[in-house]
Ligand binder design. Structure first.
Ligand code: BGP
Length: 477
């Protein structure tokens, strides 16, 4: 069965500056560069961000390969720590600007739409040390300065812009679950940081509308929308699931698309004495600067149940996730390498959520993918990785996406994480996600079977799904 997608559908893949470029000629360090400098043992096999996948030096060849596998759009990010020399003054590093200009031109020359994100977890370490990073609204102002320079320099050719990648992961990583430097555990601070990130995003949207150089230009935000599924229909589990949705999803979704925060969640914050500091003027900025569209990252569902300890208990510190517990559904299907559940139907649920609750705003799948370790296990005689598991993973997600589009979802694209195996935060190169493999010792690229397969999907503007797989995906069909 062939599933056809709408005209001009984005078939692409996503990466980020700090995960692909390497630190070559970069004047400043971001939080991960710094963390690696001081605690390299915290990174898988002690592999840090210094070389990443060498995109800084190899971008021409990389973009040619991306074209070869049929990508018509690619997202990456501009590194604040590369582009800006002086954060307060917002002065541009000429060599960095020249690099990004070459990259953008190369994408366009190869018929690939460059999609640019402004922040992918790469806060300059100096801004953490001086101001406490996103805890400070001043840092949000400096981020607007950086964004303004990006728009001035590149928005004549780049028409697709995004403010943040997964702001909730910044909150979780830096302030709750200790997987991003500075590894703090502080619930009330996390709430303030979440608000500050939303405020910074709205201010960047406002700046974009003042500075953007082409009428076609659009700006959005990339959110990891992870639908919560309750363990049961008990009132307690449903309440836990509703709370998880308000905190993890609605917080940024509502504020970015409707200009306000979920009222019920705000009431909980007020009752618990953790309401963030905000002014009437800031609320107006958030209200008046909504995004044009969204990128939604989806990897795995979020299964939740009522918490074992009462969230109002005085014996535990206040944390936003005291209101729900994680739930391991018996019999769930796992990607054991990464430890994430595989549940493709969630793509349909996300699409319906956007359609029914967020005005059916335009969006695309900005990340989806399957991290697999030791992929050399699947090398064939001619040296190609036969990643049939990835092909099937994509087919299944595309099946549910197609179904949602058929039912009126306003989705215009699908991006896999990632075009070429890239470096990833603490995981370094443990989980491989790419259409193209990268030998990190020799920096040699080889297209995987999924890459060749995706070229055909892109060419056909549709995906072929065999009878047997169809039966597995949706037995009711
Ligand atoms: C997403 C991030 C990406 C990438 C991906 C895979 O949340 O936006 O930057 O890292 O997750 O993560 P990992 O390689 O750690 O498995």
């Amino acid at each position: 069965m062939k599933l056809n997608f709408p005209e001009n559908f984005w078939w692409g893949a996503a990466t980020s500056g700090p995960q692909s470029e390497g630190r070559f000629k970069k004047a400043h360090a971001n939080v991960f560069d710094y963390w690696y400098n001081i605690e390299p043992e915290k990174f898988h096999h002690q592999v840090g961000p210094d070389t990443a996948s060498n995109f800084y030096n190899n971008y021409q060849e990389d973009i040619r390969l991306m074209k070869e596998i049929g990508l018509n759009s690619v997202r990456t990010s501009i590194q604040w720590t590369r582009l800006i020399d002086d954060f307060e003054a917002g002065t541009v590093n000429a060599e960095a600007a020249a690099f990004y200009n070459r990259v953008i031109d190369e994408f366009i020359k190869n018929g690939i739409r460059p999609v640019m994100n402004l922040h992918h977890f790469d806060l300059p370490i100096e801004l953490y040390q001086q101001y406490g990073g996103w805890e400070s609204k001043h840092v949000g102002e400096l981020f607007v300065k950086f964004a303004e320079k990006c728009f001035e320099l590149f928005s004549d050719r780049v028409v697709d812009w995004f403010t943040f990648n997964e702001p909730m992961v910044i909150v979780e990583g830096e302030y709750l679950h200790q997987f991003h430097y500075p590894n703090l555990v502080d619930g009330p601070k996390a709430v303030q940081v979440a608000y500050n990130l939303q405020l910074a995003s709205a201010k960047v949207v406002r700046k974009f509308r003042q500075t953007n150089r082409t009428p076609k230009g659009k700006i959005g935000i990339i959110l990891n929308l992870t639908p919560p599924y309750p363990a049961s229909n008990s009132a307690e589990d449903l309440a836990a699931s509703e709370y998880a949705d308000m905190w993890l999803n609605q917080f940024f979704m509502m504020a970015s698309t409707k200009g306000h925060f979920p009222e019920k969640l705000m009431n909980i914050f007020r009752e618990d004495g953790v309401m963030f500091d905000a002014s009437a003027e800031e609320y107006t900025i958030i209200k008046e600067n909504l995004v044009d569209y969204l990128g939604l990252n989806y990897y795995h569902p979020h299964r939740v149940k009522a918490p074992e300890i009462s969230p109002k208990s005085l014996t535990i510190d206040w944390m936003p996730d005291n209101y729900y517990d994680e739930y391991e559904m018996p019999g769930r299907r796992m990607n054991v390498d990464k430890g994430w559940e595989i549940y493709p139907k969630a793509v349909y649920d996300i699409a319906m959520d956007v359609k029914n609750n967020y005005g059916n705003i335009e969006w695309f799948v900005s990340e989806n993918g399957m991290g697999v370790s030791r992929e050399e296990r699947y090398l064939n005689a001619s040296g190609m990785i036969e990643d049939n598991y990835r092909i099937q993973f994509i087919q299944e997600h595309l099946y549910w996406l197609h179904r949602a589009i058929d039912e009126g979802a306003n989705c215009f694209g699908y991006h896999l994480w990632t075009p070429i195996d890239c470096w990833s935060w603490g995981n370094a190169y443990r989980n491989r996600y790419g259409f193209i493999s990268n030998d990190i010792h020799t920096q040699t690229r080889t297209i995987k079977k999924s890459g060749h397969w995706f070229a055909e999907v892109s060419k056909q503007n549709g995906v072929e799904i065999g009878k047997e797989l169809l039966q597995q995906i949706d037995p009711k069909k």
